[in-house]
Design a protein around this ligand. Sequence first.
Ligand code: HEC
Ligand code: HEC
Ligand code: HEC
Ligand code: HEC
Ligand code: HEC
Length: 411
Amino acid sequence: MTRNTLFLSLLVVGALLLAERDGASSARPVVEAEALERAHDFYAGRPREERPQAGWQAVPAGLSDLSASSCGECHTEIYQEWRLSTHAQAWTDRQFQTEIAKSGNRWLCRNCHTPLLNQMPVWAVGLEQGDVERPVYVDNPRVDLALRDEGITCAGCHVREGAIEGPTGIETAAHPTRRAERFNDETICLACHQAVRSYPGKDFVCVFETGEEWRQGPYSRQSCQFCHMQPVVRAQAVGEPARQGRRHYWPGAGIYKRPDFGPPLDQLGFGLGVDVEVTAEALLVRLSNAAAGHTLPTGDPERHIQVEVTFADVSGQALGEALRIRIGQTWEWWPEPRKLADNRLSPLEERLETIARPPGATSWTLVASSHRISREALEYHDLGDYPAARVTHRLGGELDRPEPIPGGPVG
Ligand code: HEC
Ligand code: HEC
Ligand code: HEC
Ligand code: HEC
Ligand code: HEC
């Protein structure tokens, strides 16, 4: 937001408050406008990753409020898709809630998980002794808590400076529209999905490098939307003719935040490729990043893939412990965050694991699964039954046969 548009928004807030209060307390709007201005000054002096990604936004003409459910009265299908997305759960997510409750740096988390200043109950206006964990807050006098609970809501991406911005700027009587280039390339996604910052002396970092991983790989000519927002021809608002657009599910690892509540799995498929060849001495397991446009996995440093191989004897009895392969990053968080190891798969990278057949083995099974968070972290956060993993492949076969029994990707 530029200084001028902020000033305009301030005037609008002031005007609204005056109207509501019938002039009874003409001093208040000035104080409230001042709070917003102080917040703006503070955030403007911080690096990009530490700013509210969508700023303060006024309700565009013709609309009653900024809520996704209001947009959904006309954009019914898009609304139903968004509701199932991880973006819609970016605030209410149980893991996020337990993590944010423990930290003194909540003002940072809000900037991406509830990107509008309108969604935040408090705004940062300073830091005591420059310490990011000791923010000075002012109240947001017009906080909309229902809007906060919508996380990355429609308005967080689409509402700017009194208009609805989108990929074409198509004209409608419903609300002012404006074309914005960021919808047609990766820019809109990377505001949140490419952010790296460290905080000396603190046990947390901000590491989202999906943008760089993608840029350096073979898919950099395809936008994030190409894989994460499937193309569809349909009416984009009730009563309008069908047009070319994109679905609003943003499928990812396919691990739902709530049981049976998430994008349909056929929207994306899993990134991992598994191929097994049986020889006289060993299983040759080829693991590849077959479909992800960035490293597999990407995003949160806790994400990992696990591959478990077990052998059994003629009676079906397991022979020894399962062999485990973990693909992901390994971090030490204390006393200073430090990446210890990283064996993630780059786009299209293939890795061969040779697993010796133990004596007496007559069959084998392989189970691959994708995880958002480690077991230790789940326990640390008391997240008990929180859904945190999904099986992606189940394969197996007899060892005296040369080729595996068909199995393949699940779902
Ligand atoms: C720069 C933007 C940004 C900031 C700041 C930020 N996040 Fe996130 N967060 C993201 C993105 C992007 C993802 C999606 C990546 C993923 O799920 O792997 C995410 C995902 C998450 C997840 C889900 C991880 C998973 O594997 O499902 C949790 C929990 C989370 N963030 C907590 C926090 C907390 C707590 C803070 C504040 C300390 C915070 N975030 C600050 C952008 C941000
Ligand atoms: C009263 C009905 C109505 C409401 C409420 C409404 N819209 Fe729209 N919107 C439309 C219509 C009609 C179009 C034009 C669709 C067409 O012609 O295919 C449109 C177009 C759009 C576009 C396309 C712009 C482009 O560049 O292609 C976006 C994005 C959009 N709306 C977002 C929103 C958001 C976000 C909200 C809520 C804050 C919202 N709309 C509320 C009716 C509505
Ligand atoms: C305002 C910040 C923001 C913007 C803009 C944004 N994201 Fe996200 N995204 C997040 C956060 C935060 C999460 C994780 C929420 C959680 O897990 O609680 C996330 C999660 C995801 C996921 C993970 C889904 C899963 O469940 O595994 C995908 C995929 C994704 N985003 C793709 C995109 C794409 C593509 C774009 C651009 C069209 C985009 N995002 C724009 C913040 C953002
Ligand atoms: C994470 C950012 C993000 C969020 C949140 C988001 N959109 Fe979009 N939206 C996009 C992108 C990117 C496009 C461009 C898709 C394309 O190229 O067709 C788009 C396109 C649209 C369009 C134009 C039609 C189309 O399919 O291209 C409409 C209408 C729209 N969005 C409405 C909404 C509504 C309503 C919500 C909330 C229920 C919403 N959007 C939430 C990023 C977002
Ligand atoms: C070539 C297709 C492709 C492109 C391009 C692509 N992705 Fe992905 N992405 C995938 C697949 C497939 C997965 C599922 C990986 C899995 O099985 O966990 C995924 C997963 C994700 C996840 C969830 C974390 C994870 O590892 O599962 C996030 C977040 C994400 N992508 C963001 C982005 C962003 C942001 C961009 C643009 C910079 C992008 N993606 C470009 C295919 C793609």
